[in-house]
Design a protein around this ligand. Structure first.
Ligand code: ATP
Length: 265
């Protein structure tokens, strides 16, 4: 069986007002990959995530899940989870119950749900916090709970939309290291939207640099999966080199996007 979890083949999105949110996009996400999307505002990152989440349909092209057309697989057939910038926890419920929520909705019995929630919390270093309430947690801890809630369903693909954008740099770096461990050691497959070039450089096995007007993939940049993503990597010359190369690609994508916008006006 192929290890391709998700593939997009010439996917386009034209909105009812005629705006081309996405020009034909080809994208493949293989099991165990960490793929980041970066690019200037309006390059179609959210549109791409919404297509994958099935919140809207493509105008052309096809999306495949483990090789099968999205329409045939259906919403329930796709083990997909999301993490957004806002952790959106239920303030009246403790952490364990917040993490158990997706399992409750799936009808999993309480004892197994609790056990799975504890396992998911342990994976993000919060095994001790199941009884606490969201108001008693720091921003970083709330985000870890949100990640645990996504992991509890054991998704084939985790979609993350700017998850750490509102956190301070220290907390963000720790969470990036956590995500790297979940991906490169535990095999979690992730598609990650970020505005932070250094975050993409630190985390990704593949970076899609996108351009706007219309939204499209301007460049693809692969990073050696065997690199250990830790503090030493962050301080290394290799990390600086990756960041520089990505900055050049991003600058070119932004420049092209400006030119395209000017030509449209
Ligand atoms: N519902 C919609 N109707 C019309 N145009 C839309 C709609 N949603 C997005 N667009 C347009 O599609 C393009 C891509 O938008 P999208 O929100 O996907 O970009 P983005 O990369 O996520 O931007 P940002 O980084 O600012 O969040 C933009 O030109 C946007 O104005």
């Amino acid at each position: 069986m192929s290890d391709t979890v998700l593939s997009l083949d010439a996917v386009e999105k034209v909105f009812p007002n005629g705006v081309r949110g996405l020009a034909p996009v080809d994208l493949t996400v293989r099991a165990g990959e960490f793929v980041s999307l970066i690019g200037p505002s309006g390059c179609g990152k959210s549109t791409l995530l919404k297509l994958i989440a099935n919140l809207h349909g493509p105008s052309a092209g096809s999306l495949r899940w483990w090789g099968s057309d999205f329409r045939g697989v259906g919403q329930k057939g796709r083990r997909l989870a999301f993490v957004f910038q806002d952790a959106t926890l239920m303030p009246w419920a403790n952490v364990g119950r917040n993490v158990r929520l997706p399992l409750d909705l799936m009808g999993v019995d309480r004892a197994s749900g609790d056990a799975r929630a504890r396992t998911a919390l342990a994976r993000v270093g919060l095994g001790h916090a199941a009884e606490r309430y969201p108001a008693q947690l720091s921003g970083g801890m709330r985000m870890r709970v949100s990640i645990a809630r996504a992991l509890v369903t054991e998704p084939d693909l985790l979609l993350m939309d700017e998850p750490f954008g509102a956190l301070d740099e220290f907390t963000r770096n720790r969470l990036d290291e956590e995500m790297a461990r979940l991906c490169y050691q535990d095999g979690l497959t992730t598609l990650f939207v970020t505005h932070a070039l250094h975050e993409a450089a630190f985390l990704s096995s593949n970076v899609m640099v996108m351009a706007a007007h219309p939204g499209r993939i301007h460049a693809r940049y692969a990073i050696d999966r065997t690199i250990v993503r830790d503090e030493a990597f962050r301080l290394s010359e290799r990390f600086a080199e990756i960041s520089r190369e990505l900055a050049v690609l991003l600058e070119a994508a932004s420049h092209e996007s400006h030119l395209a916008a000017e030509m449209q006006t």
